[in-house]
Design a protein around this ligand. Structure first.
Ligand code: ADP
Length: 483
């Protein structure tokens, strides 16, 4: 089977969040099952095509409104793999900036919308010119979700699967932007309906309506998004579909491997978890925290947005400060949340620290050094942070929502499921419920080392690989081809 992935991110070349991880790893896992999965990606400013492949470049002319824009398609491979990657080079649209305009990936200005509309048109042209012919086009999130309609209008007989990685980000485009892609595009009934409802075109909605199948990244989120509470205004479109498939993400175990991670000072594994302990004092020293191997270190590696639930923390600030713990937060996002962490660290510099940046190395070090990982999301399509943390033996505190619910097993109060539990889970999105789990985790860490070791072991041996999910995608592709 041949599958073409079209997406805005692909790790390690272009990563802002979990979307990048998935596009950088699922095609590799599919390849191992015999599926030829390839990726098509805009060539952003900081990406340069490998020199040896320059001869392999193809020229394409892409219609964009009244203009014809010349682009180059570089054929290369994803680093350390044989997965083919097509990089689309065009200086102005793709080459002048990074992936998104905003650090936390919230849809930006009309320039950003135009960039991704152009990307969709490039993918359609790539398929029209038969540069490579997939059996299924697999588009991801709003950035690529106009493509299924464009290829249908071009009568290209390739079915499309849309995967929603975050329903909250839908990409609203003014009618003129769509007209600039192709004249009369907004005459489509689905677009007329958008204009009536949003006064704009909702690009994700177009993807939902014109794809042959829609999936999302965990079974729980697939059930949640057909409800009013989580549907972000698209619950009726989603519940009108035959099915919204929910396939849980995996993690790339070649990138996330505590036994060989190049960014951490002490390697360890499920067979030598004690070696993990050496990483904490190193990180405490590096970050200027008080060096104390015995104090529980709570890690946060996340976009700092309302979605991630960190707005629960300010109202329990006093109680948090009283806990015997340190917190290291790595992330950028909303000002009020950055301010909260900044004020904590200004007052208690040897216990709390915020690093406001995107830093792959530090992220690996936090996963490897922390004892506890905090991810109290309001909603969570899948979440990779908690899976990486568990893989690295850092016990997650999460809210029972979406993929967090599907991947973290709460330790029962009577410890009755100690053989299986991997973390601490709270149901209700409120500060006191979160605080109760933070206290419980810290208390268990300090007073019940036997239970803690067992949690750590369960988390580290849990299977977060892509193996099972890659097979589920293969089945879904086949179903789409057969229908
Ligand atoms: P989302 O995709 O909603 O941002 P996920 O948990 O699915 O959240 O994926 C987040 C990914 O991005 C993880 O690989 C995490 O380690 C990484 N990440 C998030 N913030 C940062 C940061 N500031 N620096 C480095 N990596 C980060």
């Amino acid at each position: 089977m041949n599958i073409l992935f079209a997406a805005a991110e692909c790790a390690p070349l272009a990563k802002v969040g979990g979307l990048g991880d998935v596009i950088g790893s699922l095609p590799k896992a599919l390849k191992q099952t015999g599926t030829d999965a390839r990726v098509i990606l805009p060539m952003y400013k900081n990406i340069s095509p490998p020199a040896e492949n320059r001869s392999g470049q193809i020229k394409l002319e892409v219609n964009f409104g009244t203009k014809k824009i010349a682009i180059k398609v570089h054929q290369t491979t994803l680093p350390q793999s044989s997965v083919v990657l097509y990089l689309l080079e065009e200086a102005q649209m793709f080459g002048s900036g990074g992936v998104y305009e905003t650090a936390d990936a919230t849809p930006g200005s009309s320039d950003e919308v135009n960039k991704f509309l152009f990307f969709c048109q490039c993918v359609a042209e790539f398929l029209k010119q038969k540069i490579w012919q997939p059996d299924v086009l697999h588009v991801h999130d709003w950035h690529a979700s106009l493509t299924p309609l464009l290829i249908k209008l071009d009568k290209i007989p390739i079915p499309a699967l849309l995967t929603i990685h975050n329903l909250a980000m839908q990409g609203l485009a003014p009618a003129q932007s769509l007209e600039a892609v192709r004249g009369n595009l907004t005459n489509q009934p689905s677009m007329q309906a958008d204009l009536a409802k949003y006064s704009n075109i909702n690009l994700l909605r177009q993807g939902i309506l014109h794809s042959d199948a829609v999936s999302t990244v965990s079974p729980s989120y697939a059930r949640e998004i057909i409800t009013h509470e989580f549907g972000e205004g698209l619950e009726s479109e989603l519940s009108n579909l035959n099915n919204v498939y929910g396939i849980i993400n995996g993690i790339d175990e070649t990138v996330w491997n505590e036994a060989s991670d190049p960014f951490i000072s002490s390697h360890y594994s499920q067979f030598s978890p004690e070696l993990k302990l050496k990483n904490k004092p190193q990180l405490q020293k590096d970050l200027g925290l008080k060096v104390n191997p015995g104090v529980p270190l709570v890690g946060i590696v996340s976009r700092l947005t309302g979605q991630k639930g960190f707005d629960l923390l300010p109202s329990i600030r006093e109680e948090l400060v009283k806990q015997n713990c340190q917190i290291v937060a790595l992330g950028v996002g909303e000002k009020n949340l950055e301010d909260f962490f900044r004020s904590l660290s200004a007052e208690y510099p040897d216990r709390f620290i915020l690093k406001e940046k995107f830093d792959e190395r530090l992220a690996h070090q936090i996963y490897a050094s922390s004892d506890i990982f905090l991810m109290p999301s309001r909603f969570e399509p899948c979440g990779l942070g908690q899976m990486i943390a568990m893989h690295y033996g850092s016990i997650p505190i999460v809210r029972a929502t979406g993929g967090l619910k599907d991947t973290v097993i709460n330790l029962a109060d009577d410890l009755e499921n100690l053989n299986a539990a991997t973390g601490f889970v709270f149901e209700h999105f409120d500060p006191q419920s979160l605080l109760a789990q933070i206290s419980r985790a810290i208390n268990t860490y300090q007073n019940d080392p036997v239970t803690w070791k067992r949690l750590e072991h369960n988390a580290m041996v849990a299977d977060f690989s892509w193996t099972a999910s890659a097979q589920k995608y293969n089945k879904l592709y086949q179903k789409i081809i057969d229908s």
